[in-house]
Write a protein that binds this ligand. Sequence first.
Ligand code: G1P
Ligand code: ZN
Length: 539
Amino acid sequence: MIKTIATTPYDDQKMGTAGLRRKSKVVMQPNYVENFMQSIFNTIGDLHGKTFVVGGDGRYYNDIAIQKIIKMAAANGVAKLIVGQNGFISTPAGSNVILKNHANGGFILSASHNPGGPNGDFGIKYSNESGGQIPSQISDKIYQNTKMITEYKICDIPDIDLSELGVQNICGMTVEVIDPVKDYVEMMQQIFDFSALKKLFAAGFTMRFDAMNAVTGPYAVRIFEEILGAPKGTVVHASPLPDFGGLHPDPNLVYAKELVDFMNSDKAADFGAANDGDGDRNMILGRHFFVTPSDSLAIITDNFQLIPAYKNGIYGVAKSAATSTAVSRVARAHDIGYYEVPTGWKYFVNLMDSKRITFCGEESFGTGSSHIREKDGIWAVLFWLSIIAATGKSVEQITREHWAKYGRSYYMRFDFEGLDTGVADKLMSDLENKLPSLNGKNINGFQISSAAPFIYNDPVDGSSTKNGLIISFADGSRIVYRLSGTGSSGATLRVYLERYSKTDLDNEPLKMLEEILKIAMDAAEIPERTGKHQADVIT
Ligand code: G1P
Ligand code: ZN
């Protein structure tokens, strides 16, 4: 039943910030998934005795790609696959299943927060035995293999039924279909005090969780409604749909508009939250109040003592370079380690494995801890609920008190989308060449203290990564420029702005950042080079 099929390479199978992400139509080309998967298997080498986890966020093509992967894994000699029921598993739940079962790795079928459907995006993320996504040294090897591939192996059998829990044998390989929610819920119960959270809801606390028609619906219904006792209907858009019901499943002020409008209305709940397509991103809202992900990381870190799993102490904390420096002040106050890494969760994995950090986060609505090796949307929501339950304070009060204690980092991200890749690459390289001349300059009263590429030297494996350009100012303000690595076509320039104030705590972020935005636009010649005078998406 095992067949070897001849194929020819595709030249675009290079992984980005988080796995391979392409237009669904690109992934649906003949042998596209097969080439990519066989290249991974070829890179791993001997697959005998190995176990992998497979599942996805349920987006369009999930059902077809997963069948291909199962049949190919069997043909390549994999011993066992642990598969989420109906092919579903969230990114954080997948990481947990890898770690819990000491699996050799896993494949999550998702393009994360990108829209799905025939005209949307599809993707494959590959994790190793760490439970986190593979380092770029390995993805580079896989890419080399995709360019040389000549054949792939597949077990020629009818599609496998993934609707029933239990164990089956496919071409000599064991396939275990698991409930993708169960283990995840147990893990959350070990981290947080569920009885305190039950009391919170029993006392009438209200919440709206927007699952955005994506994978976290079943997780959120089980945890918030069924276990913690929040009323039915607390979780909205709770059924995962192949095209996310047309939603762009990215939990931010732009794409989670329905939730944002609700939380700004008279009917607002006490607490609002949303997760992305595959459940690793989160947005936290209070009544008429938004918490930036950078502040959320700082507040979570500052409150570690309130959570059973962390109350005896945490190692340190890390953030991506583009994320605001708010958490650095918390790290200093608690005298714990502090790290800045390139964008992409994979850069946190070594720091977690080596017990340098417990918490980490990115400005792109990602927060998490070393309970797994991916960011975790529901974990962040449970953390916030736990702070509320323990303090009796509102989201706004918690955040304002945090600013009063540490000062406030005004922070926003400006995305310039749909750029020609040549234009975007040249903008970045010309800016990089120009940085030395900006060093020490004073622009409209803003004194530049340093201007350089961000270079990360991993303290564990010694690898060095360059990611983005940073202009820092004497008053603590910063501009970070980088190109997105998750797009499926063209280029997106991200410009991240930050300005710190110890005393001015109640201002409009856009107003506070106005002058720095102008400096950022001018320094990189954004209007001249892209024709855009303002960003397409501001978060
Ligand atoms: C984006 C985010 C980054 C995140 C990644 C995967 O990558 O900026 O923080 O880790 O998605 O969720 P980018 O498109 O910027 O490369
Ligand atoms: Zn995601």
